[in-house]
Design a protein around this ligand. Structure first.
Ligand code: ADP
Ligand code: MG
Length: 263
């Protein structure tokens, strides 16, 4: 192939937005000639490469846009440590069917039981399945909404939140909202009802949600929508952090005993 043809080919590939093919076509052409790879195989190698790199970039973009505070994937969650977790349901949820069905997940439980970890892991799985995902704390969302209203950007922000396939709201109940914050969060959640999925993590039992949202009628309406067809996961097991600390402490005590000379 002449240099001029190669340049034209690369330009065409770029114009077709096949940037990976454009980048690698020269190298693959050379290899195909050296190893007498047939035309079909040569082309397939390049198209597969283009698709693979695109999928990788898409995943990176989804994860970046989700703004996870820490990247804790599913593989790092020790299911055995969460005794009482419905493992079959956990594995099924990790496959993201609930997002297609616009259903919610609520993780309820004490601090340290892995609620944020599980929510993040499910969020990463959602990104892998190309669902537009966003992770934010309830406190962060309330602030973002209040600021947007002050800047007359509220409608735009509400629209953005309605576009996420999966919205993860972490730490409901840690900090009470102002009346304005509660109303705005209510609006976001109400708008997503049966149109997108939510994951909520909370240390509060449903009976205590009024303390956070203030108005009992609004809270009842919200709970009614959120829990409708939702998967509710009660994290009744011990705090993972606490268990780890106790384990370390008992190990170091054993070491101390072992180090002490006997007699
Ligand atoms: P919560 O949100 O319920 O307060 P976190 O998800 O923040 O709890 O968990 C506390 C710490 O313990 C985190 O570092 C988390 O990665 C870890 N952790 C909790 N449960 C598990 C588990 N089952 N396997 C591995 N790490 C866990
Ligand atoms: Mg947490």
């Amino acid at each position: 192939m002449s240099e001029a043809t190669l340049v034209m080919l690369k330009n065409d590939l770029k114009a077709l937005k096949l940037s990976t093919m454009a980048k690698f076509v020269e190298e693959h052409l050379r290899q195909a000639m050296e190893k007498s790879i047939d035309y079909g195989e040569f082309l397939l190698e390049l198209t597969s490469l283009e698709l693979r790199i695109r999928a990788e970039n898409r995943l990176k973009r989804r994860i970046r846009e989700a703004k996870f505070p820490l990247l804790k994937p599913l593989e790092t969650f020790d299911i055995e440590a969460a005794s009482g977790l419905d493992v079959r349901l956990f594995r099924e949820l990790a496959r993201c069917g609930y997002i297609k069905e616009h259903r919610n997940i609520i993780f309820l439980g004490k601090s340290g039981t892995g609620k944020t970890h599980m929510a993040t892991a499910f969020g990463i799985e959602a990104c892998k399945n190309d669902f537009i995902t966003r992770f934010i704390t309830c406190y962060g969302l309330a602030n973002e909404l209040i600021e947007a209203r002050e800047d007359r950007e509220l409608q735009r922000l509400l629209k953005r939140y309605s576009r996420y396939d999966l919205l993860i709201l972490d730490e409901l109940g840690y900090v009470p909202f102002s009346k304005e914050g509660a109303e705005l969060i209510f609006q976001v959640l109400a708008e997503r009802h049966e149109r997108g999925s939510l994951i909520i993590t909370t240390n509060l039992g449903f009976a205590d949600w009024t303390k956070i949202f203030g108005d009992p009628i609004m809270t009842a309406a919200l709970l009614d929508r959120l829990t409708h067809r939702a998967h509710i996961i009660n994290c009744t097991w011990e705090s993972y952090r606490l268990k780890e600390t106790l384990k370390k402490r008992s190990l170091s005590q054993k070491e101390e005993v072992a180090e002490k000379p006997s007699g």
